[in-house]
Ligand binder design. Structure first.
Ligand SMILES: C[S@@+](CC[C@H](N)C(=O)[O-])C[C@H]1O[C@@H](n2cnc3c(N)ncnc32)[C@H](O)[C@@H]1O
Length: 261
């Protein structure tokens, strides 16, 4: 138990839905793409023109709230990106994307590079579940009996945490902030390069290399390298600190990065 709680102690910030809600309010993005919606809790937090993609929506909440429009695509993200251009659907590039679909790293990798294509250098991509506090929840197979040994057997992050070392290795110019939003972290990625084809070009190599990292020691090694930012600090700090942007540059970029504080 002592070993298990070691990482739980590092993931105890604000709940990720509260953090997403505050970020929508403070950053005021004009467009939002969500991969993986399920009951609609995270989609509910968006206030702007939105697209949500999920092969099996199970909506239980008012997803419209203050949105002017909300397009739902009931299909896998791969099918969506093969057929649709989200920037065309929304009439402008993505300001904010939240990737929370299939919890396997190769899916998240594809979701990342497919979403990035429709972003600008000023956009933000947010990832969920990349700070798993326990090895048992990272099993690739949702039905793996190891999950029953976890403190929270109902939490399943899969192995999407691998996207962080992958991006650090293959896309070192990205700015990656890993925060302690409960229960399993929120990661904010800026400094995007919509034209980059590095990840799709190296896709097969990445998959074969990172598929091998299944052991507990790989997750321990990951935890030993992560610098965890408190989500409260991240949310309440002005965006130029959080994202390395200046107020002048936010004004130049149609002011979508509304300043808070
Ligand atoms: C963890 S839930 C999303 C939760 C939601 N974002 C929230 O925070 O309230 C993951 C969702 O991903 C969806 N999903 C599974 N495979 C997918 C795929 N290939 N493409 C897109 N979504 C997928 C599932 O149907 C499920 O609804």
């Amino acid at each position: 138990m002592a070993e298990q709680s070691r990482y739980y102690a590092r993931v105890r910030g604000m709940h990720y839905l509260d953090a997403l809600g505050q970020l929508h309010e403070l950053l005021n993005p004009r467009t939002y793409l969500e991969i993986g919606t399920q009951t609609g809790m995270s989609l509910q937090e968006a206030r702007c023109a939105s697209i949500a993609v999920d092969p099996q929506f199970m909506l239980r909440t008012d997803i419209m709230m203050r949105k002017s429009s909300c397009l739902l695509y009931q299909m896998t993200s791969d099918e969506f990106f093969a057929e649709f251009d989200p920037a065309k659907l929304l009439g402008r590039p993505l300001d904010l994307a939240f990737l929370d679909g299939m919890h396997l790293f190769e899916y998240l990798l594809r979701d990342f590079y497919n979403a990035e294509k429709y972003c600008t250098e000023e956009s933000i991509i947010v990832l969920h579940d990349c700070l798993p506090p326990e090895h048992a929840m990272t099993a690739r197979d949702m039905k793996d009996p190891i999950r029953e040994t976890a403190l929270h057997p109902d939490w399943w992050t899969g192995d999407v945490w691998k996207i962080i070392p992958i991006l650090r290795e293959y896309r070192p110019s990205l700015s990656i902030t890993i925060t302690d939003a409960t229960p399993t972290g929120l990661v904010f990625i800026t400094g995007l390069s919509p034209k980059s084809n590095i990840l799709p070009r190296h896709y097969n190599e990445i998959i074969s290399r990172y598929s091998m990292l299944e052991e507990r020691s790989a997750l321990d090694a990951y935890w030993s390298t992560v610098d965890v930012t408190p989500i409260e600090v991240f949310v309440s700090t002005s965006h130029e600190k959080a994202f390395g942007r200046s107020r002048a540059s936010s004004a130049k970029n149609n002011n979508w990065w509304k300043v808070w504080g």
